[in-house]
Structure formats: C-alpha cells, structure tokens
Design a protein around this ligand. Structure first.
Ligand SMILES: [Zn+2]
Length: 582
C-alpha cells in the first residue's frame, strides 16, 4: 500500500499540473532584478524636457519613447534645491524627514553667532571638514538595499558632492564620487571607504582620462552642436529664446555667446575655483565625464556591477544643466544645447545597460531635483502681462532686500540701525540673529533699554514685508504661526520643508515668477513652490512596458518604486510605490 501511494501521488500531481496548464498558462516568473539605476538631471523641469523632445535622438528619446512616463510628478516642499531634491530622490521623503531643508542653512555657533552649514558638511576623525552624508536623518534606498543584502553594491557619480552623496546614502561602503573642479578629476572623501575594485576604477579614470588629458579630449571651447536638418515638410525644430532678447540678462561666467571659452572661467562668481576645470563644471561637458565614469563602473570586469547573486544600485546625477540654466537661463540656446548633449550621454548609458544585462533585469528611473523658472526680465520681454521679479537676498549690499528689511525692522522695533535682526537668508528661509534679546534705543518706544525678543520680530515682520514687497511676496510665515496657518498648498509646502533645528525662523512665500536672487537683473534661480520649480520628469525604463500616466505622483515615489522592484522596504519613505505595467 505505501508503495502504491508513492507511485500514485507524483502521477496525480503531474495530472493536476497538466490540467492547470491547460486552463491558464502560468505567467513566467519575471527575471530577477540585477541592477537598479537612478538618473537625476540637475535642474530639469518636466516642461523643459518635453519642449525639446523633437530634438532628442538618443537616451532622452529612448526613455520617453520606450519608458513609462509619470507626467504629473510634483515636489511638495519649499526650497526646491539640489541638496533637498537629491535627498528626496534617495530616500523617498520630503525635507522634513530627510533633514536636508536647503543646500545650506544656519545654526547657532559659539557666542551667539550664526554659522553656515552646507548640506554635506561633516567632520573627519581629525576634525577636518569633509563632504559626507551625516546631515541626512534617514537611510536611503541604497542603505536599505545593503542592509538587506550586504553583498549588494551602491555606486554613485555626480559632478556635485550633494548630488552623489544623497543618491547613495549613509553606509560608508558605498562608492561615491564627485567632480573636483580644481584638479579636474573625480574625488570621494573619508566619509566613504569604497570597495577596492571601485576605487581602482576611479584611479584609472583620473590617471588616464582626466586632469591634464581633458583639453585634448574635450577642447577648450563650448560650441553649439550643429543644427539637425529638418525633414522636408516637417515642423521646424523647437527653438530657444533668441540672443537679442536674452543676452543682456545672462551671467557671463563663460563669456556671452557661443563658443564659450571654458578656460576663462573664474571672474564670476567670486570665490569659485578658477580656470578650465571650473569652466567644465559650468558647462555640459561635465556630463560627458560623469557618463564616462558611470560607463567605467558598468563595464568593469572586476567590480562586475549587477552581475552578482544580489542586485546592485547605480546612481548618476548629471549636474551640467543646472549651472548653465543659472548663468544663461533655462530658456536660452545654452540650455537647449546642454539638453541635446545630455541626450547623447544618457544614450551611452542605455547602450551599456542593454549590452551588459539580460532584458528585464534592469529598472532605471529618471527624475530631477527641481525645475527652473524663466528669468523675470525675459518673461516680461516675451509677454508684457507677465508678472514676477527678484527678491535679492544673497549679499548684504546697501539696497538689497535683506539690508533694507533689517533697517525697517530696526526702525519698527526701536533698535539701533546697526542691529541686523535677520542674520541670514537662504532660499526662502529667514534666520534671525541669535543675539536676542536686543535693547531699544530712546525714542518712539520710550526710554532706552526695553527688551526686544524674536516674538516681537514675528509680530512686525509680515506687515513690513507686505508693505514694501507686496509685488514679490505673497506671505511671510513665522515658525510659531505655522501650526495655526490655514490648511492649503502653501502650508503643505512649508511644513514639508520644516525642521526645528535647520529651516530657520520664518518662511517667505514668493509670488509666481519671483526668484530669490544674488544679482540685480541677471541669471536665474530655482527654489519656489511654483509649477516651474516643482513639476519634474519621472520616467521608468527597462523592466517596464512603455506608456504614460497623468495621475498625480511625486518624486518621493521614485525610491519606493525601485524599492518594491528590488524587494527592499523603505519604512521612512513618504512616497508610495507606483504600479508599473510589466
Ligand atoms: Zn541650482
């Protein structure tokens, strides 16, 4: 009897299986994930990407044609800058969770001084300042991946330290590299101890393709790519704002007009690294080098990225478009040329992915840290009804907004005019002086010596700003007023950027078309809660069917979506995995 059962059961199982197959063919198991790829394009709005679509021939064309595009992905935080955006892409959460509320903020230092903290500032073992992930308050997708499968590798490359570091994460085993604008090569810091195979790739690249080799490889001048010939009868290619409208508003960091001499860089902005390597950083050529290094990682026979038993993560942040749009305008010929060149570099990356990995084993996600507005002077030149302007806060020159605001606050609070109540401004965050309480001078407020506290500033600040900058500023929200602020998009954007220790004492809410600015009447700046800054691309490619969706999403969804594909949970994420067609 036992013998009979042993013989019969397998037969029964085979019959059952066969009958199931006859009814519905089981879906083949999807290929195991080998490599997740994150591509961030620094400073690229959805509208800008789409505007030049007919001009793309390589990577951007393929991502848009073959990928799955989420066409309504919008950030929901104020201070849409590179550090905050990359931290959000890396973790799936807004700045209130990541702690990266600005590119740099101000904390209380010794003796009541305000101390500037750059988002990647940290100290090494000897107390020396280095770039690293310590300010990031939660783990990234890369951190969670390595936590789950310690053999997984995370490789991250960018021209900016904050671009590379926040897409990688906090685990020191990650291989994280960024451009050294003084030496013309890629560097890391003591915050990371990359695997020796990764370090060897970068050393070889620096020794054989970077530094002194660059003038021969790239040339000294950034010229415009030749215009493609339009097919007979076809629509003309989309154009940029013509030079005669825009040139007078540009920051001539690499001179005005093509060809831009990369070797002359250094006169503006003051304090920047000088010369050719710094010039490369402010041009689309830096994206060539970023792609070079990403390809060196993808093709390395020792590192074998994405070829192991567990999946790896490759992050690439292309920084080139951001400085170009800052200096020459998002609507400029220079921006158009930078995106055409980026298209070619992303094409190289996609070719390598296809050559190295079986179909369905790679999932790539492309997004951006923030968009860009049109320069207000250009917007007005193109449309006489356009509104907008500049809120100049970067320097402390006599007539800029911060200096004027401090004089008005001193008068309103009966303080000596030498008192700078607002000690610092970054993005749309005001940082009060840490030297309170101040004492009044004799005059309208009575005898001298009455104490003035931050609560007094909170009380008079909104009224002063409204009376002087009503055309630029919609509202001022002192932090104590935030809890009782009417519910709505503005409150959401502010709350998502709020961090008790870092985001300052008051938020300024700019009107449409108004940019915070370091220069009266030149250059462009992002950072607002308006459409042009928050609406960015979110495109998946590889292990996904082509298509598009107009459902509302956020870039916070990028990391959770890749996480679900990798089988990695992100408990700190606020974004949700997107259902991708497979
Ligand atoms: Zn920027």
């Amino acid at each position: 009897m036992p013998l009979l059962i042993r013989r019969t059961l397998p037969g029964l199982a085979a019959w059952l299986a066969a009958s199931l197959v006859a009814r519905a063919a089981p879906a083949p198991a999807p290929p195991k994930p080998k490599l997740a790829v994150v591509i961030s394009v620094d400073g690229l709005s959805y509208a800008r990407l789409e505007s030049y679509r007919p001009l793309y021939t390589a990577g951007l064309k393929r991502l848009l044609d073959e990928g799955y595009a989420l066409r309504a992905a919008r950030y929901q935080h104020l201070n849409t800058e590179t550090g905050p955006g990359h931290a959000s892409l890396g973790t799936g959460a807004p700045p209130r969770v990541t702690g990266i509320v600005l590119n740099s903020w101000f904390e209380q230092g010794p003796g009541g001084a305000l101390v500037n903290v750059y988002c990647t500032d940290q100290k090494d073992a000897t107390g020396r300042k280095i770039a690293g992930p310590d300010n990031l308050r939660v783990p990234t997708l890369g951190d969670r991946l390595v936590e789950k499968t310690p053999a997984s590798r995370v490789v991250s490359v960018s021209a900016k330290d904050r671009g590379a570091i926040f897409l990688a994460g906090k685990n020191p085993v990650h291989a994280v590299y960024w451009w050294d604008g003084e030496m013309g090569r890629f560097q890391s810091s003591a915050a990371y101890k990359a695997p020796s195979a990764a370090a060897a790739i970068v050393k070889k690249y620096n020794d054989t393709q970077a530094g002194g080799m660059l003038p021969a490889r790239l040339g000294l001048v950034w010229d415009k790519l030749p215009e493609p010939a339009a097919a007979p009868g076809a629509k003309p290619y989309p154009t940029a704002v013509p030079a005669n409208v825009i040139t007078r508003y540009q920051v001539p960091s690499l001179g005005l007009g093509f060809g831009h001499d990369l070797s002359t860089y250094g006169r503006v902005p003051a304090g920047a690294p000088y010369g050719y390597f710094g010039g490369i950083y402010r041009s689309p050529f830096v994206d060539v080098l970023t792609a070079d290094l990403a390809l060196a990682f993808l093709n390395d026979a020792v590192l074998k990225l994405g070829q192991g038993d567990v999946p790896d993560l490759l992050a690439i942040s292309f920084s080139g478009h951001d400085p170009v749009a800052h200096d020459y305008g998002d609507e400029s010929e220079e921006s158009r040329d930078a995106l055409r060149r980026l298209d070619l570099q992303i094409g190289r990356v996609l070719d390598a992915l296809e050559a190295n990995y079986p179909k369905g084993t790679v999932l790539l996600a492309l997004s951006s840290d923030h968009g860009f507005p049109t320069m207000p002077e250009v917007a007005r030149a193109l449309d006489k009804t356009a509104t907008g302007g500049r809120f100049e806060t970067g320097s402390d020159t006599l007539n800029n907004a911060r200096a004027r605001l401090n004089r008005l606050l001193a008068d309103a609070l009966c303080l000596d005019r030498s008192v700078k109540v607002v000690g610092a401004v970054d993005g749309w965050s005001l940082f009060y002086s840490k030297a309170f309480p101040y004492r009044t001078v004799a005059g309208a407020c009575g005898p001298a010596g009455a104490p003035v506290t931050p609560a007094d500033v909170d009380r008079v600040l909104p009224k002063i700003v409204r009376s002087v900058w009503d055309e630029e500023i919609e509202d001022v929200i002192p932090v104590p007023a935030l809890a009782g602020w009417p519910e709505g998009p503005v409150k959401t954007f502010v709350k998502n950027d709020f961090d008790k220790e870092r985001s300052g004492d008051a938020f300024v809410i700019p009107r449409w078309g108004v940019m915070s600015s370091y220069s009266p009447g030149r250059g462009a700046m992002h950072g607002t809660h308006h459409e042009y800054d928050i609406h960015v691309p979110l495109v998946f490619w590889g292990a996904v069917k082509s298509g598009a969706s107009d459902a509302a999403t956020t870039p916070y969804d990028l990391a959770p979506t890749l996480g679900r594909w990798l089988g990695v949970a992100l408990p700190d994420a606020v974004g949700m995995p997107v259902d991708l067609p497979r």
